[in-house]
Design a protein around this ligand. Structure first.
Ligand code: SAH
Ligand code: SF4
Length: 341
């Protein structure tokens, strides 16, 4: 429940709505799941909460920590035995959590390990929120705080729109986890009709997986392009209102000889000319059975340099957690320079 829903519930059941704030603080700030321990609540309300609600909690099945850079990856098993992954990525003063929005994904991008595996189901709002709670609990033991969240794990967030938006409302609630929407990034494959709505409703940062600079190439690697081709996507990016000093992040997975050619650079320059963007190049992370190759480092740097020379801000997303396979297509890479502040 969002805080507002909880307040309404309490009102309808004869309790003062402000008790909702206390309950939120117990669950999301003191990280306490047992209503009997909500000691500043009257006993009758503690009982009511205990009888009427489930306060779910997930225990990581498996935790791995990278010796190279401290990246932590864990698996969570959901009540129906679906398994999802989340990753905590430390980067200087920042600790970013990469969360999943669906079990699997039905967008079918050819370079994506999750996409190859197909769609299982949407995650419930609590299953998204709980990924954050688990990370917050984990970091708290080391006296660290979670600073950022990226929706870049399994699944397409805008294909599970209602649940993702509700989860964001819960995660950003000041009485709760209190993570500002400015510190949350949602990455989308480009479900055009929902992009503006998402930004208006939540105020999060927007990342868009462009991954190709012409429709033929994009349709080949991203079937969603047949429904929402590049022109419609870019038109929306021109119209969407983002805060001053913020920019849309364009993600571009570099696939050798597929989208890393000279003409791709020329097309990108034309496409992105009038849009306030930052480009994140992501060298392809190979996985078993993949039909693509990662360009060599020199080619990646060259691609970056040519775009920088044309006036764009271009970053190469560095993969982290290489030794624990956090870099396996989805749960990979820190988002360097994603957040200017
Ligand atoms: N469904 C959303 C968010 C999850 S994917 C989206 O597609 O944007 C997060 C990012 O990982 C996307 O930019 C996607 O293009 C990228 N990605 C997927 N598979 C990859 C791979 N094998 N190597 C590198 N990046 C990959
Ligand atoms: Fe789904 Fe994103 Fe993977 Fe495409 S890249 S299949 S949208 S998770």
């Amino acid at each position: 429940m969002t805080l507002r829903e909880l307040r309404n519930f309490l009102k309808e059941n004869g309790f003062p709505p402000f008790r909702a704030n206390q309950i939120y603080r117990w669950i999301y700030q003191k990280l306490e799941n047992d209503p009997e321990k909500f000691t500043d609540l009257p006993l009758s309300l503690r009982k009511e909460v205990k009888n009427r609600f489930i306060i779910p909690s997930l225990k990581p099945l498996y935790i791995q920590r990278s010796k190279l850079d401290g990246t932590v990856k864990y698996l969570l098993q959901l009540p129906d035995r679906e398994i999802i992954e989340s990753v905590i990525i430390p980067d200087r003063e920042r600790r970013t959590l990469c969360v999943s929005s669906q079990a699997g994904c039905r967008m079918g991008c050819k370079f994506c390990y999750t996409g190859k595996g197909g769609w299982r189901r949407n995650l419930e709002p609590w299953e998204i929120v709980e990924q954050v709670v688990v990370a917050v609990k984990f970091l708290k033991r080391e006296n660290l705080r979670l600073t950022n969240i990226v929706f870049m794990g399994m699944g397409e967030p805008l294909d599970n729109y209602e649940n993702v938006v509700k989860a964001i409302k819960i995660i950003t609630e000041e009485e709760g986890l209190s993570i500002s929407p400015r510190r949350i990034s949602v990455s989308t494959v480009g479900i055009v009709p929902l992009i503006k709505k998402l930004i208006e409703e939540t105020g999060v940062n927007l990342s868009v997986s462009l991954n190709a600079a012409d429709n033929d190439t994009r349709s080949l690697i991203m079937p969603v392009n047949k429904k929402y081709p590049i022109e419609s996507l870019l038109q929306t990016l021109k119209e969407v209102e983002i805060p001053r000093r913020k920019r849309i992040v364009i993600e571009y997975v570099l696939l050798k000889n597929v989208n890393d050619r000279e003409k791709d650079i020329e097309n990108l320059k034309k496409l992105l000319r009038d849009i306030p963007v930052k480009i994140n190049l992501i060298p392809f992370n190979p996985f078993p059975g993949a039909e693509f190759e990662r360009p060599d480092d020199r080619a990646v740097l060259e691609f970056q340099r040519k775009l920088i020379d044309s006036g764009f801000s271009v970053f190469i997303r560095v993969s982290k957690g290489g030794d624990i396979l956090a870099a396996c297509g989805q749960l990979r890479g820190a988002v360097l320079n994603e957040f200017p502040d």
